[in-house]
Design a binder for this molecule. Structure first.
Ligand SMILES: Nc1nc2c(ncn2[C@@H]2O[C@H](COP(=O)(O)OP(=O)(O)OP(=O)(O)O)[C@@H](O)[C@H]2O)c(=O)[nH]1
Ligand SMILES: [Mg+2]
Length: 458
């Protein structure tokens, strides 16, 4: 539980040294605390300045009279600030010593230390943003792909909240007419019930669509673990390097070059992939290589997508066949590489039911079609996010699922002509669950869970 009476401070830039660090003070005493230790060249006090203004001056250590740093102080008065409270942001020289000293003088003058996520929590409690928007702040910071970033911004701008509010409006109207009937039973019940049923069915559909979006966009949010496998020397490490855009793995003309797993994060057509390059399959007496091959087999199991590389300049071998069989049933793209030296694979591999692409990784041929195929294999024909309503947060998805359960219970109760009071109970339950997403209905427990994911300074 946070005490909003308190004025709090924290460093809001990353820890360590940097060109500039920023310290935020937020709360009703923010400006008076800052003005005690801030000396503006003109002699004017921060207490007298306008909101949304920046001031050049020094921060003093009042106990010794020494200057701690030359800084810029930004003033944002309530309610037009991130937290909705009076806020002072001090841009000082980046370094743990300076920032530590400035925090110390603020605390000496009466500020407390902000807890993890406290600024955003205050913004929520002051009605600046709703809970879904607060969560978008974390998603924004943690985004690993352009798509993830877009959906976080959409959520931050109130996208999901608008959707939820629309749904809540429909449910509220339905609940109101149901309750009106409980109070004034002389109205024609069948007309009312028919109307309510239609509204609720379409709400269930809309919620299902939102839930479906959560699953469809999961790969963009979380990334996909991808194993590159094949027999030795087919070009697996070359493929890893080309997808990463850097010379991550060693490539040599010698079979058996890669032994341990080499991994990297790639962005393939907007899709974040964690790619594992593995030891090539062959019969070996070498203990290290043998262990590498075991790990390769394990990586097939643990990955969600397999890129199986075959050397097109030679006919299929038993090792290729073995891997084709072993990876059957996985999401897979088959890559026939080295086609600059011709294609000796007569077999069209149709029976393996996986998309096949021909490449010459050495000169970049076939890489663009391969990228597209990878994306299509993982997410089907899903198009890019374009302001589309997408639920990206697990908590929201769970609340939506529970809410739909309640709506289905309601429809069942309605069908079974259970007492209206019971029907109303289910509707109200669904309404509250939707409210949990935006935080109109909330508990300390939900808030603690949400904000525990934040770091100090956010
Ligand atoms: N001609 C030709 N050579 C290629 C192509 N792709 C990779 N190579 C070469 O094939 C050799 C093996 O490449 P790697 O990427 O090390 O192959 P690998 O599958 O990782 O090999 P191991 O780690 O030994 O299993 C290197 O000499 C590459 O330059 C290609 O498209 N065409
Ligand atoms: Mg290799």
């Amino acid at each position: 539980m946070i005490n909003q009476e308190n004025t709090v401070c924290a460093i809001i830039t990353p820890p360590g040294t940097g060109g500039i660090s920023v310290i935020r003070l937020s709360g009703k005493d923010a400006i008076s605390i800052a003005s005690k230790v801030f000396r503006k060249k003109s002699g004017k006090s921060l207490n007298e300045v306008k909101t949304h203004s920046i001031h050049h001056g020094h921060i003093l250590d009042l106990s010794s009279g020494e200057v701690i740093d030359e800084v810029l102080a930004g003033i944002m008065k309530s309610p037009h600030s991130y937290t909705g409270e009076d806020v002072v942001e001090i841009s000082c020289h980046g370094g743990p010593l300076v920032t530590g000293k400035i925090l110390e003088v603020f605390v000496r003058e009466g500020a407390g230390h902000a807890g993890p996520g406290e600024f955003t929590r205050r913004a929520f409690l002051n009605g600046r943003i709703d809970l879904a928007q607060a969560e978008a702040v974390i998603d924004l910071i943690n985004s690993k792909s352009q798509e993830g970033l877009r959906s976080a911004i959409w959520q931050l701008e109130g996208g999901i909240s608008r959707k939820i509010n629309e749904l809540r409006d429909v449910l509220t109207v339905a609940l109101a007419s149901l309750e009106a009937f409980i109070d004034f039973p002389e109205e024609d019940i069948d007309v009312i019930i028919h109307d309510i049923e239609g509204r609720i069915r379409s709400s269930v559909e809309s919620i299902d669509k939102l839930i479906d979006g959560y699953y469809r966009w999961r790969p963009f949010r979380e990334g996909i673990v991808t194993a590159i496998v094949g027999r030795t020397n087919v070009g697996k490490s070359s493929l890893l390097n080309v997808l990463l855009g850097e010379e991550r793995a060693i490539v040599t003309p010698h079979p058996g070059t890669t032994r341990d797993i080499v991994d990297g994060l790639a962005n393939v057509d907007g899709l974040p992939l964690r790619i594992l390059d593995t030891a090539g399959l062959r019969t070996t007496e070498d203990l290290v290589e043998g262990e590498g091959i075991k790990r390769m087999f394990k990586s097939i199991e643990s990955s969600e997508l397999v890129l199986l590389v075959i050397d097109g300049s030679e006919p299929l071998t038993e090792w290729d066949e073995e891997l084709l069989t072993k990876t059957d049933g996985k999401k897979r793209v088959i890559i026939i590489n080295k086609i600059d030296k011709g294609n000796m694979i007569q077999d069209n591999l149709d029976r393996y039911n996986s998309p096949v692409v021909c490449t010459a990784i050495i000169n970049g041929e076939g890489i663009e079609p391969l990228r597209k195929l990878i994306r299509d294999t993982v997410v089907g024909g899903v198009q890019r996010l374009a302001g589309e309503a997408v639920v990206t947060n697990l908590r929201h998805k769970n609340a939506l699922e529970q809410s739909n359960m309640e709506l289905n219970n309601f429809l069942e109760a309605l069908h079974d002509r259970l007492p209206l009071e019971i029907q109303a109970l289910h509707l109200r339950g669904a309404l509250d669950l939707l409210g949990e997403v935006t935080g109109v209905v909330t508990t300390e427990d939900i808030l603690d869970r949400v904000f525990s994911e934040f770091c100090i300074g956010k």
